[in-house]
Design a protein around this ligand. Structure first.
Ligand SMILES: C[S@@+](CC[C@H](N)C(=O)[O-])C[C@H]1O[C@@H](n2cnc3c(N)ncnc32)[C@H](O)[C@@H]1O
Length: 196
């Protein structure tokens, strides 16, 4: 617990510990669907979606409820187990996979859209580059990747629209960013288009 209080979790074991606590993970799990995610669905009308760092799967569940073939990945096996339980009785269920977003080789198909609410800012520089390659591989050409990330990342890397454009420059174009006070902290939404 002290470890969790003093430093944000970064490994799957540390996240598992948090997800095993009865309360703490609710801090991350905004009950409301962000308006950016609602707009994202309405604008892109995707048939398939990939949720990176899906946690308890709330947003993947929302996608499946819209009739989208939704997949969520997270490296916390505890979070994925809870996510699966949450949708057990749903008619349209997302698929949930335990996997690290820096190595998603078990996933072969491409998705119409992908999104990430609070995972990218957990990665170090090497992880960020692997993530970019994986999202490039898994997103259809012209598809949009939506990210919500803190400006002052738990990874200690400062994230700004300029940084994000640079980190993703090899495969994506940053087409929009929006400052946000989601969860009170300074953060941004980013819309990245996968180059063809
Ligand atoms: C702040 S939580 C957000 C969870 C969920 N997206 C939400 O908004 O409720 C960040 C999530 O990213 C996951 N995560 C962090 N680094 C990861 C990695 N390298 N691979 C897969 N998941 C990761 C954590 O396990 C955690 O569930």
């Amino acid at each position: 617990m002290n470890e969790i209080k003093s430093k944000p979790p970064s490994t799957s074991d540390q996240f598992n510990k948090v997800y095993n606590l009865p309360i703490v993970h609710w801090v991350w799990s905004d009950i409301r669907i962000p308006k950016e995610l609602n707009e994202f669905v309405a604008t892109n009308n995707p048939k398939s979606s990939l949720d990176l760092g899906c946690g308890l799967g709330r947003y993947s569940k929302f996608m499946a409820q819209q009739g989208i073939k939704a997949t969520g990945v997270d490296f916390s096996s505890v979070a994925i187990e809870k996510a699966k339980k949450e949708v057990a009785n749903d008619q349209c269920k997302p698929s949930f996979i335990v996997s690290d977003v820096t190595n998603l080789e078990s996933i072969k198909q491409q998705f119409d859209v992908s999104y990430d609410v609070g995972c990218f800012h957990c990665l170090n520089e090497e992880g960020q580059q692997k993530y970019v390659s994986e999202v490039y591989r898994l997103l259809k050409p012209g598809g949009i990747h939506l990210i919500w990330a803190l400006d002052s990342a738990p990874s200690d890397i400062r994230l700004t629209p300029d940084n994000i454009a640079k980190i993703f420059e090899n495969g994506f174009q940053l087409v929009n960013s929006r400052f946000s006070r989601r969860r009170i902290i300074a953060s941004h939404w980013y819309w990245l288009v996968r180059k063809k």
